[in-house]
Design a binder for this molecule. Structure first.
Ligand code: TMP
Length: 206
């Protein structure tokens, strides 16, 4: 039985997700909820090991379907170990990336059939679809430049701009298809302006 709340945040690397996640945590905590943060791929000992395999630039030979299955495996473990128990015990879980990342990057980006991704992930998420998703809308040209300024690129970040552009357009398509769940937040504004809009949406659920 579900009692808590599951919120995810999506967008390109470098779009400012981490800053906003921390602000979401503070805001919801102030309202008296127990908040737990998670990130994908990763968030458990096993998922972090899978993350290392996925993002290792040495694994350039990885087949696209292997990538789908590895992300789904990391996700399955995070759901089973962290997300599901926390939400069922009444906590608010805020996750940096989730199933929409697989639709955007592996589906729209790599061209893997969306239905295949949905089928695999249905097993992985075990009913835990996000209640609310924020898509921080910032183009990959701008976001990745910011991202690269801070540290070295992983295997996905090293992909050419065309791939990132397809993933970005994929997010926009997902937001168009699921407007009730996915809220598009213009990321080309100040941290405070973005946070203010996110808080407005949070007020509708907590
Ligand atoms: P990050 O932890 O720096 O966000 O890196 C995760 C990378 O993995 C990021 O470039 C997006 C990518 N990704 C996918 O391609 N599919 C997925 O399902 C997830 C969760 C992430």
């Amino acid at each position: 039985m579900k009692k808590g709340l599951f919120i995810t945040i999506e967008g390109m690397d470098g779009s400012g997700k981490t800053t906003q996640i921390n602000m979401i945590r503070d805001y919801i905590s102030e309202k008296g909820y127990n908040v737990m943060l998670a990130r994908e791929p990763g968030g458990t000992k096993i998922s972090e090991k899978i993350r290392d395999i996925i993002l290792d630039p040495a694994n350039g030979a990885m087949a696209a379907i292997t990538e789908v299955l590895l992300y789904a495996s990391a996700r399955a473990q995070l759901v089973a170990e962290v997300i599901k128990p926390a939400v069922e015990s009444g906590s608010v879980v805020v996750c940096d990336r989730f199933i929409d990342s697989s639709f955007a990057y592996q589906g729209f980006g790599r061209g893997i059939d969306i239905k295949t991704i949905a089928d695999v992930n249905r097993a992985a998420i075990d009913g835990m679809m996000p209640d609310l998703t924020f898509f921080i809308d910032m183009s990959p040209e701008i976001a990745l430049k910011r991202r690269m300024a801070s540290s070295e690129a992983d295997r996905i970040e090293k992909e050419h701009m065309e791939f990132h552009m397809k993933a970005y357009n994929g997010y926009k398509e997902l937001a168009r298809l699921y407007p009730e769940r996915i809220k598009t937040i213009d990321g080309n504004r100040t941290v405070e302006e973005i946070s203010q809009e996110i808080r407005k949406w949070l007020d509708t659920v907590v």
